[in-house]
Design a protein around this ligand. Structure first.
Ligand code: AMP
Length: 404
């Protein structure tokens, strides 16, 4: 994180934005249901501090974001940011002018016409394929809508896209308050964490978290594995896994991680018992020590919960990245719920508790522990890459000097 020391923040008094257009990259990539209704507005709420600060400083606020994965060849109504703009206006208690596009002369003239403190929302930057394919070129076009650039889209900082890295090359820039909050939460976990430091890695695939597992073994005292990825590790350890999800091409990797953990004296914990069923829809789930042939494990069992909770109970820093089972279904939710409770208890006794984005954040929200942890990241992929020790392109762009 040392290389990010040169990042300026939006509340720096020298970032003089009064009366100027400030183009702000937010991450409004919110989950929506099939009817296009927003199912969690956390990402919009988390952007409010920066937007309100800019309004207070009498800037003209021009917001841009992506939403979903449109094809990039024009407007697709289901990926429009219109609904988001409506929700933002409610939360902000001020008007939000919704634009029909994010680049072009008309949009530029509308940004110039804004009055100080007014807010404008550009349409989805990913309606243009250049956002992802030609970031510098597209960033130059986007930059016409601002005099300054603020990036507050932590969840997009691992992407070298036009609205994240490209635009920073053309405008004086600063990071927003959400990015600062995220970096302040992850900083202690990356540099000199309070110990014992316990990480819990869950979720569907080992292959998604190779770098994080490897990097975590350099930092933590205890690494607990849960979720489907536990079964690739258990198979490597010659334990029966039945029909559980196993990535056979990751067995060698899992073996190497056992070796690394032993060499570095890290406790690598795996489930001892499991909640199994014939398939995810099978309602006759039961607890077993040995996964029978023909059955798959969808959650950790009670003995494992006790073992994991005990290890968390003495931790001074805890990181959760990924659910421990198929928590979306009640019969497979106990493991993840119990770990969330253990996180809340750890937080209560003063431990630093950080939750990686995506599914783990959804689980903490679902079980009602949002206020009982130190920090829930708004970035799934971005938080994992940060934990891996990678430099995020969006942060590198912010740390670079302003253009001449
Ligand atoms: P990820 O996106 O990698 O964090 O994976 C999250 C998903 O993993 C969630 O939707 C869970 O339902 C799923 N998951 C967790 N444990 C298991 C398991 N034992 N078997 C299958 N899927 C699982």
């Amino acid at each position: 994180m040392g290389s990010f020391d040169t990042i300026r923040y939006v509340d720096d008094p020298k970032f003089a934005v009064e009366g100027k257009r400030v183009l702000v990259r937010v991450d409004f990539n919110v989950p929506m249901d099939n009817n296009g209704m927003i199912t969690s507005d956390v990402r919009i709420r988390e952007a409010l501090s920066t937007i309100k600060l800019l309004q207070k400083r009498k800037a003209k606020v021009v917001l841009m974001s992506h939403l979903g994965r449109p094809t990039g060849v024009g407007q697709e109504p289901r990926f429009s940011l219109k609904t988001v703009a409506v929700r933002l206006a409610e939360l902000l208690k001020s008007d939000v002018q919704m634009m029909s596009d994010c680049v072009g002369d008309y949009i530029k003239s509308r940004s110039i016409d804004l009055k100080s403190g007014e807010v404008m929302m550009l349409e989805n930057v990913r309606f243009h394929v250049r956002e992802t394919k030609h970031p510098d070129d597209f960033g130059k076009d986007l930059a016409r809508n601002g005099d300054f650039f603020v990036n507050d889209a932590f969840g997009s900082c691992h992407r070298a896209h036009g609205s994240v890295t490209g635009v920073a090359k053309y405008l004086p820039h600063a990071a927003g308050l959400l990015i600062r909050k995220e970096l302040e939460a992850f900083g202690p976990l990356l540099n000199n964490p309070p110990r014992p430091y316990v990480a819990i890695l869950g979720g569907a695939k080992v292959s998604d978290k190779l770098g994080v597992i490897d990097a975590m073994l350099d930092r933590v005292n205890t690494l607990m594995i849960g979720g489907a990825m536990a079964y690739t590790f258990l198979k490597t350890a010659d334990r029966p896994v039945g029909k559980s999800l196993v990535e056979d091409d990751q067995l060698k990797f899992a073996h190497n991680m056992f070796v690394k953990a032993a060499e570095e004296h890290i406790s690598l914990m795996l489930p001892d018992d499991h909640v199994v069923a014939a398939n995810m829809d099978d309602e006759s789930a039961k607890v077993v020590d040995k996964i029978p042939d023909g059955m798959a494990a969808f959650d950790i069992g009670p003995k494992t919960i006790t073992k994991y909770v005990k290890a968390i109970s003495t931790a001074k820093a805890v990181m959760l990245a990924g659910p421990l089972g198929v928590f979306e279904r009640e019969r497979f939710a106990n493991g993840t719920r119990a770990i969330c409770q253990a996180l809340a208890d750890a937080h209560k006794r003063g431990a630093l508790v950080v939750v990686g984005g995506g599914d783990s954040a959804a689980a903490v929200e679902k079980f009602g522990f949002v206020k009982n942890v130190t920090h829930i990241s708004t970035g799934g992929g971005a938080s994992l890459e940060l934990l891996e020790g990678k430099e995020l392109p969006g942060l590198v762009a912010l740390a670079a000097p302003d253009p001449k």
